[in-house]
Each structure stands twice: as structure tokens, then as C-alpha cells.
Design a binder for this molecule. Structure first.
Ligand code: A3P
Length: 350
């Protein structure tokens, strides 16, 4: 493990810079106890970004008999969040503990999904140091829709008194929305989100209060798709990176899952056309269980909320224009097809 030394308040501190794979070094392998199987590491990572359908992909993946996710981590909403944050400093042993020993190393595919890896500065470098052969799956939807979904509130109940928009831009939060809990942000301790309308968040200028600016960054920066994918490509060859169209995952998951299976090289081939069914009540594709029952994602996924207003849509289209152009160049370079939402956005530019 590569360590960084620093002196703070007269005390010497060590921080982990990079955790390489200990199994790559014979000296480590020789002294490891028998419980420490070198195979308790993921063969692939679903890296996000958030709100693009990562949980649906996760649910579909674990339906496959050879695909096994990590054990849930209760502290991070079931995600490992290892490569992007402080968990990284807990070391490789800690990470491996969350993976079961594969019964068949060749055919079992361990994986983890942490949706915040996508835009993390550190995650690609750290992942490449520990699991350089791992495949990387990212899912993209229109970044404007992603930002809006990220902001969305869960229509559960009204807090009293209901939070109100500051209204400085004249774009007050719709009444139905203001009174509701911002579950997603609330879960992440961003009570500040309660105060601002979506328009206020996306249009906040340099003079805006720091809490609003910070919220804006979290909302918009993951949508700089090309910037983040380029960072992953600095550490992983294009053949190890799959870019999934999240819009297609939503409407035609069986075909997307076929593509994912081919990319992973997993066997046996699992027939998602038979295993998934469209649940008209949920309005999404779900796992088909016995006797025609379905297992869908929970209430916080696939929520119903008003469509984005045209002013926000136009603002975000312009905001993301250059990023989308860069993404189209990147996909051309990789020989990958452009998702329909991207083609649409590029047409709007002309
Ligand atoms: P909304 O809740 O805004 O509609 P993530 O899991 O990455 O947080 O993404 C959540 C989004 O996944 C949902 O956003 C929803 O649009 C999308 N999604 C795609 N397929 C889905 C499915 N089968 N069930 C539920 N949500 C799905």
C-alpha cells in the first residue's frame, strides 16, 4: 500500500494513496492466511452515475445465476463506495470481506455497483490499481433529465411548516413539490435542498450562497459525461468499458441485458425476455416471479413527478451542449452508437 505522510498538530499521520492488489505480489500471497482468497474481488464495476437506472441494472444483473453482488454495506445505502471515499482508507481486506468466495472462479462474476464512482476524481485510478482487469459499466441518460431526477422529491408527506422557495428568480417551486420531502437529498443530509427550486439550483451564479453552489455542483457535475468517461479511459482500455443507454434500459431492458452479457462474457446466457415483464402499475420493467407476480424496484425508483418546465429544459440544454458534443466525439472514437437522446440533443444544437 502506498502511503502519504503528513504532520498535523505535531502528530504524524499516514493516509492511503493507493491500494494495489496484494495478490499480484508473490511475497504477499505467501504470507496470507488461507481465508484470504485472492478471488474475492469484483470482475466488474457498475460505476453510475446516480439516477440513470443503476439500481434497475443491479436488480437485473443479480437475476443472472453467475452474477453475484457484494454483501450490503448498511452505512453507505448498501453500496460499497470504496474507491471514491473514506472507505478506501480501510484497505483491501475490508473491501474483500464484502465479497463471498466464488464457488467457481472462472464462471462466477462478482461485482459491485457504486453510483458515485462515475464522477470521482480518484475512483478510476484506485480501481485500476486494485482490479486492472475489471470491466467498467456506466449508464447514461440525457444529463438534463438526470439532474432533474437527482433533484426530485419523493411524494410522501408534507412537513409542517412546508418549506417554501425563496422565489428570487420568480421560479417558485410548484406548490405540490415544495411541501414534500426531498428524500434523496434528505437521505444525504442536504436539508439545504428544501429551500431551493430546481431552477434556482441549476441557475445559481458565482455570487450565490455556498450551500446553493454546492448543491448545484452535486446536481450538475455528474452530467459532464465526456469529462468523467475520459478519466476512466486514462486507466482502463476502451475494450473494458461499456456505455449503456439508460433510456433503452428503461424501455427495452432485455436487449440491453443481452448486450451486457456479451460484454461481460458471462455464461450461461440468461433469457431476460422471459425473466422480465412490464408492470403497468409501476410503469417500468420488473422481475417476473412465480404465478405472474412481479418484483419491482421500490418507491424511490421510478417516481412520478411533473415534467421539467421548458425554461429549465432550455437552460440545461445550453448548459450541457459542449459536454454532449464532446460525448458524441468520444462515442465516435470508441465506435459506439449514439443514444437517441444524444442524437436529439445534437439536432437541437444545429
Ligand atoms: P426516477 O425515479 O427519477 O424516475 P438510479 O437507480 O441510478 O438512482 O436511477 C433511478 C432511475 O432509474 C429512476 O429515476 C427511473 O427513471 C430509472 N429506471 C430505469 N429502469 C427502471 C426500472 N425498471 N424500475 C424503476 N426505475 C427505473
Amino acid at each position: 500500500t502506498e502511503l502519504d505522510r503528513s504532520i498535523q498538530g505535531g502528530e504524524l499521520f499516514f493516509t492511503v494513496v493507493l491500494n494495489p492488489n496484494p495478490c499480484d505480489d508473490k511475497r504477499h500471497r505467501d504470507i496470507w492466511s488461507k481465508e484470504k482468497a485472492c478471488d474475492r474481488l469484483p470482475k466488474f464495476l457498475v460505476v453510475g452515475p446516480q439516477k440513470t437506472g443503476t439500481t434497475a441494472l443491479y436488480l437485473f444483473l443479480v437475476m443472472h445465476p453467475s452474477i453475484i453482488s457484494n454483501l450490503p454495506n448498511p452505512r453507505t445505502f448498501e453500496e460499497m463506495q470504496f474507491f471514491n471515499g473514506n472507505n478506501y482508507h480501510k484497505g483491501v481486506d475490508w473491501y474483500m470481506e464484502y465479497f463471498s468466495v466464488p464457488s467457481n472462479v472462472t464462471t462466477d462474476f462478482l461485482f459491485e455497483k457504486s453510483a458515485n464512482y462515475f464522477h470521482s476524481e480518484e475512483a478510476p485510478k484506485r480501481a485500476a490499481a486494485l482490479v486492472p482487469k475489471a470491466k467498467i459499466i456506466t449508464i447514461l441518460i440525457d444529463p438534463s433529465d438526470r439532474a432533474y431526477s437527482w433533484y426530485q422529491i419523493l411524494p410522501l408527506k408534507c412537513l409542517s411548516p412546508c418549506p417554501v422557495s425563496t422565489g428570487v428568480t420568480g421560479h417558485s417551486t410548484p406548490a405540490r413539490l415544495t411541501g414534500m420531502i426531498l428524500k434523496h437529498q434528505r437521505a444525504h443530509q442536504d436539508s439545504v435542498a428544501l429551500k431551493f427550486s430546481f431552477y434556482e439550483v441549476i441557475t445559481a451564479g458565482h455570487q450565490a450562497p455556498s450551500d446553493l453552489r454546492s448543491l448545484q455542483k452535486k446536481c450538475l457535475v455528474p452530467g459532464w459525461y465526456a469529462v468523467h468517461i475520459e478519466r476512466w479511459l486514462q486507466h482502463f482500455p476502451p475494450s473494458q468499458v461499456l456505455i449503456v443507454d439508460g433510456q433503452q434500459l428503461r424501455t427495452d431492458p432485455a436487449n440491453v441485458m443481452d448486450e451486457v452479457q456479451r460484454f461481460l462474457g458471462v455464461s450461461p446466457h440468461y433469457n431476460y425476455s422471459e425473466a422480465l415483464t412490464f408492470d403497468s402499475h409501476k410503469g417500468f420493467w420488473c422481475q417476473l416471479l412465480e404465478e405472474g407476480k412481479t418484483k419491482c424496484l421500490g418507491k424511490s425508483k421510478g417516481r412520478k413527478y411533473p415534467a421539467m418546465d421548458s425554461e429549465c429544459r432550455t437552460f440545461l440544454s445550453i448548459y450541457y451542449r459542449d459536454h454532449n458534443v464532446e460525448l458524441s466525439k468520444l462515442l465516435h472514437r470508441l465506435g459506439q452508437p449514439l443514444p437517441s437522446w444524444l442524437r436529439q440533443e445534437l439536432q437541437n444544437i444545429r
